[in-house]
Design a protein around this ligand. Sequence first.
Ligand code: COA
Length: 191
Amino acid sequence: MDWPNFDIRAAANSAGIFKQNSKKSQGETNIPKDVLENLYGKDARECPRLNDGFIPVLSKSRPFDLIELEQLLQSVGWSQRPFQRVKRALSNSLLTVGLWKHDSRFPLLIGFARCTGDGVLEATIWDVAVSPIHQGSGLGKEIMKYILESLRDLGIERVTLFADPEVVDFYRSQGWTLEPKGHKCAFWYAN
Ligand SMILES: CC(C)(COP(=O)(O)OP(=O)(O)OC[C@H]1O[C@@H](n2cnc3c(N)ncnc32)[C@H](O)[C@@H]1OP(=O)(O)O)[C@@H](O)C(=O)NCCC(=O)NCCS
């Protein structure tokens, strides 16, 4: 495990990491505003339509079906966790983000991430996942942009995360820096 961290203020001024997608900035959307808000909440964001025609939507407030969430997390290779603990972890999180394949009746969960933190100064991102069949389409990056914008809105100044070695470059390419190993982080495990 490596421990990248992110200077959210510097990032705001660099490389357009907080830029909204071009469709949104041009005011072009596919889903009517009232439908978007009713289904996904006020802070929902439509992502650019993918090649196979569906519209991905990011939301901080649409509730999760725990079985659907666990299926998504297992699909990326993570082991199942007890539902009651997951439920409490979600409700204790600072932010939970769902990425949905839009459907006006049955949106499908295709991505997820959550953050813990004090809500003021520091936050840590966990459980970033995109369904394997939708990986490689820019959706992981959209989730990260949405999270960092949300954290910036809260005034949070430093964001950290754990990354497995095979995804370090995913974060590095988005402006994250790796802590020098053993210099600044410490870990304690219950078992
Ligand atoms: C890591 C993950 C969230 C990335 O999602 P994704 O939708 O496939 O990523 P994107 O398509 O947005 O990729 C964005 C960029 O990162 C690159 N990238 C994606 N996955 C990468 C990886 N594992 N290693 C290096 N670069 C990667 C892409 O090539 C793309 O580069 P580009 O902007 O130059 O085109 C996804 O692969 C996943 O869910 N993996 C399994 C769970 C996991 O390991 N999560 C991370 C926990 S620390």
